[in-house]
Write a protein that binds this ligand. Structure first.
Ligand code: CA
Ligand code: CA
Length: 332
């Protein structure tokens, strides 16, 4: 057992895990150094063949791997190493879904990206001080779950299931549910939301589509249960009132039914920052490789090397260190 734990620990170190979280994903060098939009990044992780992360050199390996683990967990909820929804995997891969991680606003990497990027694979960005591997997804501590969800939803679910998740007004089950949640169909932020609204985000820079992607995020993390504590509930109340799965089901049944529909395989289990689907394989491999102790030396009572000899007491020394006195009977 002790050896197994050591083996597991060393295999994790090799995959770049230095924290208490277990992350079996590999940090690599930026493969896009020739692309002017992406050349200022140095760290890279590729997740399950469909989601890429690029980070500036100053971002710790632990934070980059945390963001990668969260992406993997959201895409592969049963952690078997395969994206649960292959249609979403295909949409993310063909849309070149990418999460950039910057040291701070206005960093060189951010400027280069905004000036030169022409793709549609970026749904959100992350900054170093928004990442806390010890509090995955916890409001005010770790924005990783939110920003990665935005990207997966925007590049994946919206295009795979447009009738369900299209973002424009009057286009989908999502937009219909949001119009109820906000107490009306507001193409821009109203001066005042009606009293009965439970989703009342008031950021003027966030248009209807942006409101819809935020609404989808709130509903998903509510269902995951990671908003369900008094501090978070009061902290988010000015934007979103439904902090528990029970409240969501009672109050916003349209959205609750939409995200619970198993057809869409949306992530409803909160990431815990640990992602290592091959862990089972490691333990099985190790157990079958446990060597059976065998005799490595035979000595006599004086400790001198000796041949087994009928009737004589010999001491057998085994490969795992234990010793056994043995007398071969004369008949043999
Ligand atoms: Ca899976
Ligand atoms: Ca996990």
């Amino acid at each position: 057992m002790k050896s197994f734990i050591l083996l597991l620990a060393s295999s994790l170190t090799m995959s770049g895990c230095f924290a208490q979280n277990t992350v079996c994903l590999t940090l690599e060098e930026n493969p896009y150094l020739d692309d002017p939009a992406l050349s200022e990044f140095s760290k890279y992780v590729q997740v399950l063949g469909c989601f890429e992360l690029l980070a500036e050199s100053s971002i710790s390996d632990e934070k980059v791997l945390h963001a990668a683990a969260v992406a993997a967990e959201l895409l592969d909820q049963n952690e078997d190493g395969v994206v649960d929804d292959q249609s979403v995997a295909y949409a993310l891969a063909s849309g070149q879904a990418l999460m950039p991680i910057f040291e701070e606003e206005g960093s060189i990497a951010e400027e280069m990206l905004f000036e030169n990027y022409e793709g549609d694979g970026i749904g959100a960005v992350l900054y170093s001080d928004e990442i806390n591997p010890n509090q995955p997804g916890y409001w005010g501590e770790d924005a990783t779950v939110e920003e990665v969800l935005h990207t997966i939803n925007a590049v994946g679910h919206v295009s795979v299931y447009p009738n369900a998740f299209s973002l424009s007004p009057g286009s989908s089950l999502l937009s219909a549910a949001m119009d109820v949640a906000r107490g009306g169909q507001y193409l821009s932020v109203p001066d005042m939301y009606p009293k009965e609204a439970w989703y009342h985000y008031d950021d003027w820079t966030c248009d209807y589509e942006c409101m819809a992607i935020e609404y989808l995020y709130w509903a998903l993390v509510t269902k995951m249960g990671i908003l369900d504590d008094p501090q978070t509930a009061s902290g988010i109340a000015d934007e979103w009132e439904l902090y528990s799965a029970e409240l969501l089901a009672e109050t916003d049944s349209l959205m609750d039914q939409l995200i619970s529909n198993t057809q869409f395989m949306l992530p409803l289990v909160a990431p815990d920052g640990n992602y290592c689907p091959q862990a089972v394989g490691i333990s099985q491999e190790f157990e079958s490789a446990v060597p059976v102790p065998h005799v490595v030396r035979v000595v006599d009572l004086m400790g001198r090397d000796a041949e087994p000899s009928p009737g004589m007491l010999r001491i057998h020394i085994y490969s795992d260190g234990h010793v056994k006195k043995q007398v071969i009977s004369p008949e043999q």
